[in-house]
Design a protein around this ligand. Structure first.
Ligand code: C5P
Length: 231
């Protein structure tokens, strides 16, 4: 996990808190909150995969014919714009949050995320965003492929039913029915399977199971780990 803080090599490690985990494990909302508490900036790597997917959909709605070259060319329309506390992925200079989070993108993003040059494109952008800033990054492979030297590595997990329930609560802004949760659980488990090869838990990551934790508790736990690691 976190090596002794008195070690000088440890102090030279970049100020990166890497939070990885499966779909709807609460990575982005937790990362955003942790970043706010620490005064760091949040970088959501999944938003870049989503933006590349949305940009390609605008050019070619039939994902069956997508090639890596096509996705990379379309991704030229994606920019990552910094604000005080985070970075916003924009499409052709415009905010496109609804498009990025919509079903058309969600059902195709795993396909795009399997393309090695698209992964390299995302990783370059995430590293560039982190250069010169202390950051909290979230994704699937932040603590392994992108920031193997991150000061703090967290792997968030939660029971699929609970992840589905939380996601629906957020999306519908009301209590979901059992049938809705069952359907969403099925979709999440399918996306987990598609993302399996790109979801990597670092050997030195701290596993945080949030099934029975409130978001406040999980944020407090990660902030405490980060503060200890940076003392
Ligand atoms: O985190 P989010 O669900 O927004 O990520 C969208 C998709 O991007 C994931 O389903 C996964 O396919 C891909 N992804 C990835 N590696 C990351 C972040 C996201 O492959 N570091």
């Amino acid at each position: 996990m976190i090596s002794p803080v008195s070690d000088t090599a440890e102090r030279r490690r970049p100020l990166v808190v890497a939070i990885d985990g499966p779909a709807a494990s609460g990575k982005s909302s937790t990362a955003k909150w942790v970043a706010r508490e620490l005064g760091f900036r949040h970088v959501d790597s999944g938003a870049l995969y989503r933006a590349a997917t949305a940009a390609t959909l605008r050019v070619q709605p039939d994902s069956a014919v997508w090639t890596e070259e096509m996705v990379l060319a379309a991704a030229a329309a994606v920019s990552l714009v910094p604000s005080d506390t985070t970075f916003h992925a924009r499409l052709a200079g415009q905010e496109a949050e609804e498009e990025l989070r919509g079903g058309a993108v969600t059902s195709r993003v795993s396909l795009v995320a399997k393309m090695p040059r698209v992964r390299a494109w995302v990783n370059d952008r995430v590293r560039a965003a982190a250069a010169g800033h202390a950051v909290v990054v979230d994704g699937r492979d932040m603590g392994t492929a992108v920031f193997p030297q991150a000061r703090v590595k967290i792997f968030l997990v939660a029971d699929p039913w609970e992840r589905a329930r939380r996601r629906l609560l957020q999306r519908l802004e009301r209590l979901p029915t059992e049938e809705e949760i069952a359907e969403e659980t099925d979709a999440l488990v399918q996306r987990d399977a598609k993302d399996e090869s790109q979801t990597q838990r670092a050997a030195d990551a701290v596993l945080v199971d949030t099934t029975f934790l409130t978001q406040e508790d999980q944020v407090a736990r990660i902030v405490a780990l980060a503060k200890t690691a940076m003392r």
